[in-house]
Ligand binder design. Structure first.
Ligand code: NAI
Length: 357
């Protein structure tokens, strides 16, 4: 299944999409994604909105009403990363948006690229992360001086819903197995409930193999035999951590896209954060944002454009002559984006002349 939303096709009127450039490297990589998406022929009317640190600075609010109004109108966004300070300050705007718009399923397809050198080969897995509860419920309190509690919330409803999403995804994308990853040996009630729900859903999908693994052992297996995984089904926190680990298997955060899906909309964003260490230097890898754009294209019904974007990215990585420093090259964000555009143009020209024969 290419997840698709309103099924708008090539040639239809422009679709309104909220555009959140984000903080840090956000505007650099989202700028790259927009250029590629538009070159692929998508007709989109971008509604540009600030969020996070940029919005706090400009409007005194990290989640401006204007942003929420835009998302209620469009139901779809392409989003750059947003800064969340550690141990203080406002709550994560990412978590807020996912919960407010009930974008319960975070999908992060992670696979090896020819030309990207890592010790791991043939990785081809998909992280499905529950997005709305777990320790991200944000329920924390001070019990007494020196003692705090954070509450982990797991419900049957959300666990069943995300398990069903994982199995549906597996079935429609020719995936063989779903592995539920947990710590139910310790958190017997919460992770136990998550597993109970996953097992019940698994019974409805006899065509998909279902298994389970404890999260620590799963991490070890991911770095010793990543090819043995297919679709990974995880609660919110494990999903967050494990998806960065998975990114490390295939070349890093610069190459892994993502999307947050709900019943009525979706926000497309790379796995990576604001990368403050390289922000403003024009050296961020734009691939993760560009591939998130391909997921957006597929969602909007532009399957062919999505395929052409992915193929162009694949060709640039395979050739290996224009790579950003995270992949061992010296190219800038702008140069790598231009290489993707050239690859897309070349494949369109080749396809055009082949079709004309
Ligand atoms: P990070 O993902 O921003 O950076 C981790 C490392 O990966 C850094 O060395 C960075 O340079 C590198 N990296 C990330 N993206 C890259 C790219 N496209 N090209 C080349 N290198 C790249 O994670 P970090 O440093 O833990 O978080 C920084 C900020 O980002 C924090 O405020 C955090 O809360 C936020 N964040 C936001 C996310 C979102 O909006 N979805 C997701 C993750 C973090």
């Amino acid at each position: 299944m290419e997840l698709s939303g309103n099924g708008v096709r090539n040639g239809a009127a422009a679709t309104a999409v909220t555009l959140i450039p984000g903080d840090g490297i956000g505007s650099e990589v989202i700028g790259a994604a927009i250029t590629v998406i538009e070159a692929a022929g998508l007709q989109i009317k971008w509604d540009r909105q600030l969020a996070g640190a940029a919005a706090l600075e400009a409007a005194g609010n990290p989640v401006p009403d204007e942003l929420l109004r835009s998302l209620r109108r469009t139901h779809i966004a392409l989003k750059g990363p947003l800064e969340t300070s550690v141990g203080e300050g406002y709550r994560s705007v990412n978590v807020y948006l996912r919960k407010t718009f009930n974008l319960y399923a975070n999908l992060r397809p992670t696979h090896s690229f020819e030309g990207v050198h890592t010790p791991f080969r043939n990785v081809d897995l998909v992280v499905v992360r529950e997005n709305t509860e777990d320790l991200y419920a944000g329920i924390e309190h001070l019990v007494t001086q020196g003692v705090v509690e954070s509450v982990k919330v797991i419900t049957a409803r959300a666990s069943t819903r995300i398990a069903r999403f994982a199995f549906e995804y597996a079935r429609h994308n020719g995936r063989a197995s779903v592995t539920a990853i947990h710590k139910a040996n310790i958190m017997k009630l919460s992770d136990g409930l998550f597993l109970k729900c996953a097992r019940k859903v698994a019974e409805e999908y006899k065509d998909i193999r279902y298994d389970e693994q404890i999260v620590d052992a799963a991490c070890m297996r991911l770095v010793t035999n990543p090819g043995s995984f297919d679709v990974l089904l995880l609660e919110n926190l494990y999903g967050d951590i494990v998806s960065d680990l998975c990114a490390g298997l295939v070349g890093g955060l610069g190459v892994v896209p993502g999307a947050n899906y709900g019943e009525r909309g979706a926000i497309f964003e790379a796995v990576h954060g604001t990368a403050p260490d390289i922000a403003g230097k024009n050296i961020a890898n734009p691939v993760a944002a560009i591939l998130s754009g391909a997921m957006l294209a597929a969602y909007l019904g532009y399957a062919d454009a999505a395929r052409r974007i992915r193929e162009a990215v694949g060709a640039v990585l395979r050739t290996g002559s224009v790579l950003t420093p995270d992949l061992g090259g010296k190219a800038t964000t702008t140069e790598m984006t231009a290489a993707v555009l050239r690859a897309m143009k070349a494949s369109t020209a080749a396809y055009g002349s082949a079709a004309a024969v």
